[in-house]
Design a protein around this ligand. Structure first.
Ligand code: SF4
Length: 708
């Protein structure tokens, strides 16, 4: 049944832009188009920039809303380069919402075909507001030129079912013309719900999907009673951006594609094993989170390494999450036989696992069985639960349980020791059903700390040290104890500790290329600004630095992979017609990055107190066992970095000195990073900075002035 409908003329996309955005209110049934003007393009570029600008204007100005108010929005935008088929990694959608976990904007960069199809259907961005009375679906038909809100009653919640059904229903004659966005029952019953973005893969015959994982966008989606969104587009996709300079685009796309095809087999083998190449590297450098980030390596890590997943992944199909991605890293396991839950015994295809899931749901839980990791991957996705928040959250629970902060009374009888794979699966199924201890775990670490302290008298100080969350978001899966720059990369990340903003561990810890505070601060400026740019344009960052030119190491700053940055500036110029150099790309990001920081301020969380302190587990050894497991390293540092002889000192004394030193270092790092970014000592962009960036809108100026 159609509840509401708008017909429209599908505009031709020109130089990467459709020229309008789509607004859908599932509460009132209102559907309308909003124009995109030159100022919006110049200031916000697209993707995350458009999403944030739309949200900024749509949320009530007089108060910081709660995530579950109808005014909260889900915004989705590709960006001007999204949908390009001749440049690798160009099919991403960027999703934003006020996060249930953090109360500030969260942004996720996700593959699948929805973002490109949305734009080719005539929309640079989509904002969904309101709260429906009953289950509904939103159907955008770029062939017919219509947007409908339809009755969603009778559809299952689980993503693997709903995506199949709707792909079949709306793409009967050609399923590859449909992309579905859905969440799942876990998104309904937890605060860490993710969104699944689908595409139909004719080679495997499956509907596959990728996740907008972080911060609970799926929870907002289900709270609005949206069961799914469908975008149908069967027109030509190649060339559909109508680039300003087709020849220049083809040339730069060819260069990057050729390099990937030539060098990937000699470097990370992304085409064969994707990010599963990472576990052995992380294990080797003591960076693989193990048992709630206590340790960075484990002898059993060999059971979940690259070779294990190479043998488990299904090979020989098209593994790109958008057309033309020559990195094609989106691997999966067909025919996994489920060992638990409602579909126990059934054979299912699973997309993934990727590195974050292997580490988060594997080593960090003390589980080194790849089949259980694949199982959690399947259920997290179809239930609509973020594998990172699930893994890091449950790792915290397991440590609390082993240290006696909570017991079986709290867990509903589950023996949640590290390594208990069956119990971990049971928690996941409870989270999907909204039952038992799963309800507590689904609230995330920030809320669990309060619950455990209040109900079970657990020590709040110890939980602050071992609970790996900042701003309410769970850490992604890297041990940062020996990289001060990455402690800042996580601690100062706008949306909370996710590595897509800055990943500085190798240049800082392994290669020691940024030893001073000034150099670390410079890295904490350049890398977040650069990485933000992918989210403005609907791009994947993997082709930038997961395969690098053969002579890259001869470069002055190899981590920046400047040859590729230059290619990206040519890519942008060729599509949009706006002549751009690498520094112009950084400026585009700086505008949106500062704007997002000010958005945090508007939501009451944009100052220094939300960037520090970070949980001490991310900085150094919280417990005696942690210190003693690496005593040689820490004793050496006491001597060389702090100037103290460890002889005759107890472990506790040495830990105290180490902690004081590391916390001071972090504090100084924040000072230096704020200064480099043009922010006050309290972490607020200065008036001069917002003027320079051209984001000095009256309400922005007023907010910034109030907080100088
Ligand atoms: S590199 Fe991988 S994740 Fe990125 S666009 Fe290509 S297939 Fe998707």
């Amino acid at each position: 049944m159609v509840l509401s409908e708008m017909k429209y003329n599908v505009p031709k996309v020109e130089k990467g832009y459709a020229g309008q955005t789509l607004y859908v209110n599932v509460g009132t049934g209102e559907i309308k188009a909003k124009p995109v003007d030159q100022k919006m393009k110049d200031t916000f570029t697209g993707g995350k920039g458009f999403d944030l600008w739309l949200m900024w204007n749509a949320l009530p100005k007089d108060r910081a809303i709660k995530w579950d108010e109808p005014e909260n929005e889900i915004c989705i935008s590709g960006g001007p380069l999204a949908g390009t088929t001749v440049y690798p990694g160009s099919g991403k959608s960027i999703v934003t919402a006020i996060s249930p976990l953090t109360g500030i904007p969260v942004d996720c960069n996700v593959g699948g075909y929805f973002g490109p199809f949305l734009k080719f259907s005539g929309w640079d961005a989509l904002e969904v507001q309101g709260k429906a009375k009953n289950e509904c679906i939103i159907v955008i038909d770029g062939d017919a030129g219509s947007v409908k809100i339809e009755d969603g009653a009778g559809l299952p919640s689980e993503s693997h079912l709903v995506a199949e059904i709707l792909t079949e229903r709306y793409g009967k004659e050609n399923r590859a013309t449909v992309s579905v966005v859905s969440a799942g029952p876990g998104a309904e019953h937890t605060l860490m719900g993710c969104l699944n973005f689908s595409w139909y893969d004719p080679k495997s015959g499956y509907v596959r999907y990728k996740q907008a994982g972080r911060g609970g966008t799926g929870t907002v989606f289900r709270n609005k009673k949206v069961k799914a969104m469908v975008c149908k587009y069967s027109g030509q996709v190649s060339g559909a951006n109508h680039p300003a300079d087709e020849k220049a685009l083809a040339e730069v796309g060819r260069q990057h594609t050729t390099e990937i095809l030539e060098l990937d087999p000699k470097q990370n083998e992304m085409r064969q094993i994707g990010t599963a190449h990472l576990p052995p590297i992380m294990n080797q450098f003591d960076l693989l989170p193990t048992k709630n980030f206590q340790y960075g390596s484990h002898p059993d890590a060999k059971n979940i390494d690259n070779e294990v997943f190479r043998s488990l992944y299904t090979h020989g199909r098209n593994d790109g999450c958008w057309k033309g991605c020559s990195v094609a890293c989106a691997h999966g396991v067909d025919n996994h036989v489920l060992k638990s839950g409602p579909w126990k015994g059934k054979k299912v295809p699973v997309d993934g696992p990727e590195y974050e899931t292997i580490a988060g749901c594997g080593s960090n839980l003390g589980i080194f069985d790849p089949h259980w990791i694949i199982e959690y991957n399947f259920y997290c996705d179809t239930y609509g639960i973020d594998t990172i928040s699930f893994g890091t959250g449950l790792a915290f629970v397991m440590e609390c349980y082993e240290r006696g902060l909570i017991d079986k009374k709290a867990t509903g009888g589950l023996d949640l020791k590290f390594g208990n794979a069956e119990a971990a699966a049971e928690v996941l199924h409870q989270m999907a059903k909204g039952e038992g201890f799963g309800v507590v775990v689904g609230q995330g670490i920030h809320k669990m700390k309060e619950i455990f302290a209040k109900k079970y008298g657990a020590d709040p100080k110890l939980m602050q040290d071992i609970g790996m969350e900042m701003k309410g978001l769970e850490y992604s899966e890297y041990v940062t104890k020996e990289s001060l720059a990455q402690q800042g990369g996580y601690g100062m990340a706008l949306k909370g500790p996710q590595h897509d903003e800055a990943w500085l561990i190798f240049i800082d810890m392994v290669r020691n290329q940024i030893p001073t505070f000034e150099q670390k601060a410079e890295a904490l400026h350049w890398f977040p600004m650069w990485r933000t740019w992918f989210g403005l344009n609907g791009l994947c960052k993997l082709p930038w630095n997961d395969i690098v030119p053969e002579d890259n190491n001869r470069d002055k700053e190899p981590a920046k992979v400047m040859k590729h940055v230059t290619w990206y500036s040519k890519f942008f110029s060729a599509v949009t017609g706006k002549k751009s150099e690498p520094d112009d790309l950084i400026k585009m990001s700086e505008r949106v990055y500062n704007f997002q920081r000010i958005f945090n301020l508007r939501m009451g969380k944009g100052t220094r107190q939300f960037d520090e302190p970070v949980p001490y587990r991310s900085m150094g050894p919280v417990t005696k066992e942690e210190y003693e497991s690496r005593a040689e390293r820490y004793d050496k540092q006491l001597k060389e970095k702090i100037g103290i002889d460890s002889a005759g000192k107890t472990t506790e004394e040495k830990m105290k000195i180490t902690r004081k030193f590391r916390e001071e270092q972090y504090h100084k790092l924040v000072d230096a990073a704020y200064q480099r970014r043009g922010w006050t000592n309290n972490g607020v962009p200065t008036l001069a900075k917002i003027n320079e960036l051209g984001i000095d809108f009256p309400d922005v100026v007023e907010l910034v002035k109030k907080n100088q």
